[in-house]
Design a binder for this molecule. Sequence first.
Ligand SMILES: N[C@@H](CCC(=O)N[C@@H](CS)C(=O)NCC(=O)O)C(=O)O
Length: 206
Amino acid sequence: MLRLWGRLNSINVQKVVWALEELGLPHERVDAGGPFGIVNTPEYRKLNPNGLVPVIEEDGFVLWESNAIVRYLAAKHGAGSLWPTDLRERADADRWMDWQATAFTPAMGPAFHQLFRTSPEQRDRSIVEAAIAKAEPFAALLDRHMGDRTYVAGAAFTMGDIAVGAAVHRWLNLPVQREPRPNLERFHRTLRERPAAAKVLVTPIT
Ligand SMILES: N[C@@H](CCC(=O)N[C@@H](CS)C(=O)NCC(=O)O)C(=O)O
């Protein structure tokens, strides 16, 4: 059975859990990272020399990097659904996954870490404000993009929505003043209705 290493409050683990649920794939998840530790043990470093979560193991095959894992699972089990069979549709979904990982999430990351993972005494509001200011243009861009479509790559739910949706969930739940983004709110509501998203988009952010 496929084994997933990683704590559920990690956005990168959440993407993999969501993909597994969408595809209905049996799996076991082992809590690792953060308070659970494990990631610095020599055994774990053999799986992922970066010492990060998530990692999957499947019949001796080991893979790290959350979006690569989602792509692998989608290609293997989700042709025509998570994995668009049309090359250009797939490239479109793929592009949004890279955008999530390299633009939107890194921009908001410092605000998330300050607000959820830093004690109030050590919190630095200037870091939060700078991160929000950096992320707002990305939120605006995505909000405009979602203005005339249901999902990031068009009319059908794909792997792109998993990566972008997990990031939107985090963005909309940051306890800060943000510009109103009605299309993002609608996208988020649509995604929350998916039974497979329940473990990821309904649990509180920590
Ligand atoms: N680019 C990597 C980033 C992985 C990453 O940064 N994981 C974080 C959690 S979101 C982590 O493992 N942090 C250390 C820990 O949890 O102990 C991916 O997408 O998988």
